[in-house]
Design a protein around this ligand. Structure first.
Ligand SMILES: Cc1cc2nc3c(=O)[nH]c(=O)nc-3n(C[C@H](O)[C@H](O)[C@H](O)COP(=O)(O)OP(=O)(O)OC[C@H]3O[C@@H](n4cnc5c(N)ncnc54)[C@H](O)[C@@H]3O)c2cc1C
Length: 355
């Protein structure tokens, strides 16, 4: 077998592995990405970016920097691949309680929220149903990533650079002596970007993941929808004049990748509450996958406590589209300068790693 020497072997071509590989290649490193070809969370995700979240309509302090980096990053990739990836679209957040309306009114007065809120709409501005009677908050700087398209372009790019291989990396095949290698590949560093499959990876499964299953529908519809993302607990993205995406469920109990009739029914029911006049829709696809969420809601990045040539870049939860660009850039810089990574897993060495 011919031997291949590399700087980085990246395991997983989801959004995390893809952007990290891209970032390292931009810095001149020799990289190989290996992916097992299973449908990933990234391929299923809606790719939504929403800076203001939760019942209290909060924007976290780091969001400004994450969002400006994400937008610049996706714009740069769009220019390179000559196609759009990030679609900016306003969001209508439908108020579900008077408390939410009060938070909306409060945020409208706060200077740090001005760039993200357009106005508060009365109940009948777009819909007139019992569940929309409190009106809506019109948000700006929201949108969605066409993640599937971006991942196909990056895969083609990696293949063209002889930097991609389809295959499943099994830990039994990793050799540490006389130097680190896997199937004739000799990397200086292996970086696991294996999403929820990290739960089956003993090297990093000790980290406190809190995996969450999500299901999502793509529907063909007739009729008129505002050209805005609707957020009503669940959300709807009008992709074009005939197709929309509807999602996504959160299930912490049955964490598998099987689509269920229960979740489908719940999503369709939620849509009927908000848009009772939308004519019957036709189901185009129903997908399920698993979000790699974490105990402290922060990503897991950094070196294994015992094997410094092994690292992880994972744990982006439900916010991969927003967070992965900035963390990929920061982690690549940290690797290059041999300095500590952001959101470092060292915070769990003492409490969770038993050796
Ligand atoms: C239904 C749903 C909706 C979502 N909606 C949004 C959203 O609107 N906005 C948002 O930002 N995020 C959303 N997310 C979350 C988003 O998907 C994640 O944050 C992000 O995609 C995680 O990317 P990743 O690369 O870490 O993992 P993944 O995308 O899961 O990629 C991991 C890759 O590694 C491969 N792999 C694993 N183990 C091995 C191995 N041993 N050998 C070879 N290959 C391996 C897998 O096959 C996979 O291709 C959603 C997720 C779900 C499930």
């Amino acid at each position: 077998m011919t031997q291949i020497s590399l700087d980085y072997l990246i395991i997983g071509q989801g959004l995390a592995g893809s952007l990290l590989a891209w970032e390292l290649m931009q810095r001149g490193y020799k990289v190989l990405v290996v992916d097992n070809g299973q449908e990933s969370a990234s391929q299923v995700a809606a790719g939504l970016i929403n800076p203001i979240t939760g019942m209290r309509l909060v924007k976290a302090a780091e969001v400004d920097q994450q969002l400006s980096m994400a937008k610049r990053y996706y714009q740069h990739l769009s220019t390179f691949f000559k196609q759009p990836f990030y679609i900016e679209k306003p969001m209508l957040r439908i108020f579900k309680s008077q408390a939410e309306v009060n938070y909306g009114l409060k945020r409208l007065q706060e200077p740090s929220y001005q760039a993200f809120i357009e106005r508060i709409n009365p109940s009948d501005a777009f819909f007139n149903t019992p569940v929309t009677q409190l009106g809506s908050l019109e948000q700006k700087q929201t949108g969605y990533l066409l993640t599937r398209n971006l991942l196909s372009c990056l895969k083609a790019f990696f293949i063209a650079q002889a930097s991609y291989r389809q295959g499943s990396v099994s830990l039994d095949e990793l050799q540490f002596q006389p130097e680190l290698h896997w199937q004739g590949v000799y990397p200086k560093q292996i970086i696991f970007c294996d999403g929820h499959q990290a739960q089956h990876n003993p090297l990093f499964s000790w980290l406190p993941f809190q995996l969450v299953k999500g299901e999502i529908l793509t529907l063909e519809y007739q009729g008129h929808l505002p050209d805005k993302i609707l957020n009503f607990g669940d959300w709807l993205i009008p992709l074009n004049e005939r197709h929309l995406r509807l999602g996504a469920t959160f299930d912490r109990e049955n964490v598998d990748t099987q689509p269920t009739e229960t979740a489908k029914g719940a999503l369709l029911n939620s849509l009927a509450q908000i848009l009772p006049d939308l004519p019957p829709t036709h189901l185009v696809s129903h997908q399920a996958n698993i979000r790699p969420c974490t105990l402290d809601k922060l990503p897991f990045i950094g070196h294994h406590p015992q094997y410094s040539q092994l690292s992880i870049f994972n744990g982006f939860g439900a916010k991969g589209s927003l967070q992965i660009p900035i963390y990929a850039q920061q982690f690549a810089a940290a690797l290059a300068s041999n300095s500590p990574s952001p959101s470092n897993i060292q915070r769990y060495y003492a409490t969770h790693f038993t050796g």
